[in-house]
Design a protein around this ligand. Structure first.
Ligand code: NAD
Length: 296
């Protein structure tokens, strides 16, 4: 069994560490938010008060942070991972970040003699809790293999994507599709309601028909239909509108760099921007339905 340092214990990181602990690993965790550390301690994690403490003497470090700027600060800062970990420590970044930041982390880690992989995940907090996430891992083959062994208790699917930053490339494209599907699901759900269909009857049809998607089955934005949906909980965040806006923004930036027209993606990004402009960035991204039903 390994000793693992974990940085970033939010909606995803907290439940992911509980699965590592349940598998017999020792996990030392840090978050700038003390409440996140306390919540993760309930899953058996040892809470610590700095990055230096979290990475001291561990076999591997995982990070699960909001954006590229946070990951850069955590790895590259004076008090960060590269400054304090031993170079034998395997580094695994599971945050969803821009490709440029991921490349900078790979390069800085390699310069100092560390092995680093980009290993973002899909599956939402329901997948994080159940240990059924999909991991997509980019990096050098040996490092990917060693990371895979540690990731197993958190995952149903672990898919090597190729060299450095290819995990992030896969994640960015996947999430572009997710958020377009979420917007489509919100439009279908509201129109079905206005045509007099019962919400459960319509969901039962769409979930076994060509309107099906992960967003429909996991995040249905109408309350009282899907257990895992934030809509049941007044849109308390499982995946914030702010992070959804970030992810679709990453796809749009990558599309501009590659001359790829994303007309639908750009439109969906404007919907998330409207949620942010309305101070709803901290709520769940499935609140996008309120822009369709007119309640926002
Ligand atoms: P979150 O905001 O709930 O958690 C992020 C945590 O990082 C917070 O607790 C925050 O306090 C902490 N943090 C920020 N800066 C820090 C620092 N410098 N040092 C230590 N801790 C710091 O976000 P989340 O929903 O857990 O998502 C994390 C990442 O995973 C994001 O990149 C997101 O896009 C991605 N992701 C999220 C989901 C989801 O459904 N929520 C699914 C797949 C991937």
């Amino acid at each position: 069994m390994a000793t693992i340092g974990w940085i970033g214990l939010g909606n995803m990181g907290g439940p992911m560490t509980a699965n590592l602990v349940a598998a017999g690993h020792t996990v030392r965790g840090f978050d700038v938010d003390p409440a996140a550390v306390s919540a993760a301690e309930a899953g058996g994690l040892i809470g610590v008060s700095s990055i230096a403490d979290a990475v001291n003497g561990v076999d591997a470090v995982f990070t699960m942070l909001p954006k590229g700027e946070h990951a850069r600060a955590v790895y590259l800062g004076d008090d960060g991972v590269l400054a304090h970990a031993a170079t034998t420590t395997l580094l695994v970044d599971s945050s969803t970040i821009d490709i440029e930041s991921a490349a900078a982390l790979h390069e800085a880690a390699a310069d100092k003699g560390f092995r680093f992989v980009d290993a973002p995940v899909s599956g939402g907090i329901s997948g994080a809790k159940a240990g059924t996430l999909t991991f997509m891992i980019g990096g050098e083959e040996g490092a990917v293999k060693d990371a895979t062994a540690l990731i197993e208790p958190m995952a149903k699917n672990i898919i090597p994507t190729g060299g450095a930053t290819t995990g992030q490339a896969a994640k960015i494209c996947n999430n572009l599709m997710l958020f377009i599907n979420l917007a489509a699901t919100a439009e279908g759900a509201v129109l079905a309601d206005r045509l007099g269909l019962d919400k459960q009857v319509f969901w039962d049809i769409a979930s076994v028909s060509s309107g099906d998607s992960w967003a429909l089955r996991t995040w249905y934005p109408v309350p009282g239909v899907v257990d895992t949906a934030a809509s049941n909980n007044d849109f308390a965040p499982t995946f914030t509108a702010e992070l959804a806006n970030k992810d679709i923004g990453l796809a749009i930036a990558a599309a501009r760099d590659t001359n790829t027209p994303l007309e639908i993606g750009e439109h969906v990004q404007q919907l998330f921007q409207r949620l942010l402009d309305d101070d709803q960035g901290g709520k769940d991204c499935s609140m996008i339905i309120k822009l369709v039903d007119g309640s926002l």
